[in-house]
Each structure stands twice: as structure tokens, then as C-alpha cells.
Write a protein that binds this ligand. Structure first.
Ligand SMILES: NC(=O)c1ccc[n+]([C@@H]2O[C@H](COP(=O)([O-])OP(=O)(O)OC[C@H]3O[C@@H](n4cnc5c(N)ncnc54)[C@H](OP(=O)(O)O)[C@@H]3O)[C@@H](O)[C@H]2O)c1
Length: 356
């Protein structure tokens, strides 16, 4: 695979740090340019408030944090963005306009009609929108987004249920880790020994984004498959790993064992292509009555943190429903990992190129 040089917007944040850990030993993506906001101008080692257990990789600690402008990324093939939404709204289009392929975690452009919102295992075909985007916006580069961390784990589980059993309705409760709010995030006096039953705009985002991802492309637009989703989002005192319970209803009877088998058997295009960040098994089923748990299961799988772990698959109110619990790592599968996997897929499909 051709080597790619990458730049990172928002490099000092909670998600930015995950990119640094995940790209340290990547087989073909070399992270070369670190950009920041207030920290621009300093050395990464001094500017970043490092939250990972392992030390900052040496090659990055001494790197200068550059200003978040297209000139900083000169020579790069791909620009990852871990910017907050407001900064992303202003900054990302400047990079795309200048010819860069931008892959963003931010919510600012996710719901734009001509911006792909991608989880590589679930809707790789949505990358096809890039051509429309370039024509419409007259951009030399492109902007691709990845979903909200709660939506990512959820759509990975809903997609096989939709394809195989025609999932019609999903009622979801999330228990979301504090790292999902970035750094410094939720004050300790609010979250310690507590559950906060409200995360601003989160429920609306999860529903809208899940629907955009699960839409099937048809000629002349997108068609919604008719799935109804209701979610209650809660912040809980867990550092990493979002837990979600799902109650799913189907048009006909379903057997919990068949549901578990079809989730376990699910594979996507990244697995077929053997992309380096693709876990061999995107959905891992646990049979124990008390799993999954975020502390025990968030780093499961052949690429730690990239698999969604599902357990407690059981019958719901009647024969047409099932209930289950899932855990997915919010800053890996829910953020940096899915964006890196998207870059690997875009490289494989010929979507990445250096600005001319
Ligand atoms: N945390 C998660 O689990 C998660 C999951 C999925 C998606 N996301 C999304 O990913 C993005 C980053 O989240 P995070 O949790 O990493 O946030 P964060 O910890 O607050 O980090 C924000 C980063 O953006 C930079 N930044 C802020 N304002 C800027 C500006 N005006 N210009 C240039 N750079 C600026 C900061 O740099 P300085 O420190 O130098 O100012 C920092 O590097 C957000 O859009 C978030 O919604 C997060």
C-alpha cells in the first residue's frame, strides 16, 4: 500500500491523543503534522495535557504544534480533524477548498447532504457522495465525516439486524463515559457518584446520524428504510467506553440465538479488504450474564477498541422483539479508530490524493 502522510487538527485534545497512539506504528499512514488552537507554537509534549496511560511517543513529544491553517499541512495526503464543532465549521472547509482530503470527527458538517457520514463496515458506499460534493462546492479536496461516538456502536449493531431481520423500531438507553465530553469535560463534582440524565443535543444527533448512515442510496437521492429510533442519553462515571441497551422490534418473530449468531457472523468491506485497523470480528458476543462491561470489554478484539461487544441477547416483550447490551470504545471505535479505518478504505478505493 502506498504510504500516506497525515496532518491532525485538534491534536492536543482527548481524541487527538488517540490518533497519536493509534498512528504511532501504522503500517502506511505517517502522522507528520500536529495542529492546535491555543497550544499552537509550543512543543506537543509541553502543550498537550496527556491523558493516556502510556507516555507520549518520543517522536511526537518534541514536535512543534502548528497553527490550524492549510499551509501547515503542505505535502500531506490526508487531514484528520478532531476539532470541536464550532472550530470545525470554520476551519475544515478551508482545508477542503485548498485541496486536502479531510476526515472529521466533528458534528459541524455530518448532516450536510453532500457530506458522507461513514462507518466503513456499515455504509462504505456513502463515500460516493464525494464526487457530488466536489462538483457542487467546487472544492479541489473533500470532507468526509464519522459519526457521534454513541451512534457508531449503535449502527454497527443495528445494521445486521436491519439487513437480516428488518429491524423496525429501536428503543435505546446510553450510559456514556466522561471522556466523550473531551478535556476537561464534566466537572468531577457533578459526575462522581452520580448519573446525569441529559447530554445536550446528543439524543437528536444519535437519531439523525443513525438514520443517515442506515439510509440506502437510490438513484436521485437517499431512501430511509423506515426504522424508528428513540434514545435516552446519560453521562456516567466511567472514563472510557459507552454502554448502550437496545430493545429492538421486528416485523416477524425472531429468535435471540439467531440474532446473536448473525451479529457474531457480521463482516464488512474493511474485513474483506483486510485493512490494518479492521478488527477480524467487528461484533463480539459475550455469553456471560453480566457482560459486556466497559472496564472489562472496551479494548476487546484483534484491534483493541475497534470491536463492539454485545451481550445479554434475550427476548423482549413478545416473539417479535429482542433486548441486548453493547459496549463500544468512544475515543477508538467512536472516534479516531473509525476515522483511521475510513482513511484506509479511502486509500484503497482511490479517494485520497495530495493537493496538486
Ligand atoms: N471524546 C469523544 O469520545 C468523541 C467521540 C466522537 C467525536 N468526538 C468529537 O471530536 C472532536 C474533538 O473532541 P475532543 O473530545 O478531543 O475535544 P477536546 O479534548 O476539547 O479537544 C479539542 C481540540 O481542538 C483544538 N481546538 C479547539 N478550538 C480550536 C480552534 N478554534 N482552532 C484550532 N484548534 C482548536 C484544541 O486545541 P488547543 O488545546 O490547542 O486549544 C484541542 O486540540 C469534537 O468535535 C467531538 O465532538 C469526540
Amino acid at each position: 500500500m502506498k504510504k500516506l502522510t497525515a496532518a491532525l487538527l485538534g491534536s492536543t485534545g482527548a481524541v487527538g491523543q488517540r490518533y497519536i497512539s493509534m498512528l504511532e506504528r501504522h503500517p502506511f499512514i505517517k502522522l507528520d503534522v500536529l495542529m492546535g488552537g491555543r497550544s499552537a507554537g509550543g512543543n506537543y509534549g509541553q502543550s498537550a495535557r496527556w491523558l493516556q496511560a502510556d507516555a507520549i511517543p518520543e517522536e511526537f513529544a518534541a514536535k512543534k504544534v502548528l497553527a490550524s491553517v492549510p499551509e501547515s499541512a503542505r505535502g500531506c495526503d490526508v487531514v484528520f480533524s478532531a476539532l470541536p464543532a464550532a472550530a470545525a465549521a470554520a476551519i475544515e472547509p478551508k482545508f477542503a477548498m485548498s485541496g486536502f482530503s479531510v476526515i472529521s470527527e466533528a458534528s459541524a458538517h455530518r448532516m450536510d447532504q453532500d457530506v458522507p457520514l461513514v462507518v466503513p463496515e456499515i455504509n462504505p458506499e456513502q463515500l460516493g457522495i464525494i464526487e457530488v460534493q466536489k462538483r457542487r462546492r467546487k472544492w479541489k479536496g473533500s470532507l468526509v465525516t464519522t459519526p457521534n461516538c454513541t451512534a457508531t456502536g449503535l449502527v454497527m449493531v443495528m445494521k445486521p439486524l436491519l439487513d437480516r431481520f428488518g429491524l423496525a423500531r429501536a428503543i435505546v438507553t446510553s450510559m456514556q463515559a466522561v471522556s466523550g465530553a473531551g478535556f476537561p469535560g464534566v466537572p468531577s463534582l457533578l459526575i462522581t457518584e452520580n448519573v446525569i440524565p441529559y447530554i445536550k443535543d446528543e439524543e437528536e444527533k444519535v437519531v439523525a446520524e443513525s438514520r443517515k448512515i442506515l439510509e440506502h442510496p437510490v438513484e436521485g437521492g437517499m431512501r430511509h428504510p423506515g426504522i424508528e429510533i428513540a434514545i435516552s442519553c446519560n453521562r456516567v462515571p466511567v472514563i472510557d467506553g459507552h454502554t448502550e441497551t437496545l430493545y429492538g422490534e421486528f416485523p416477524g418473530a425472531v429468535e435471540p440465538d439467531e440474532v446473536a449468531d448473525s451479529l457474531s457472523a457480521f463482516r464488512g468491506l474493511p474485513q474483506k479488504l483486510r485493512l490494518p485497523s479492521a478488527p477480524e470480528q467487528p461484533i463480539i458476543i459475550r455469553d456471560e450474564p453480566d457482560r459486556p462491561q466497559p472496564r472489562l470489554d472496551r479494548l476487546s478484539g484483534s484491534v483493541p477498541g475497534m470491536s463492539v461487544v454485545v451481550g445479554r441477547v434475550r427476548r423482549g416483550i413478545g416473539d417479535n422483539s429482542v433486548q441486548l447490551t453493547l459496549v463500544s470504545h468512544n475515543t477508538i471505535r467512536g472516534a479516531a479508530g473509525t476515522a483511521i479505518l475510513t482513511a484506509e478504505l479511502m486509500q484503497n478505493q482511490g479517494y485520497l490524493g495530495r493537493p496538486g
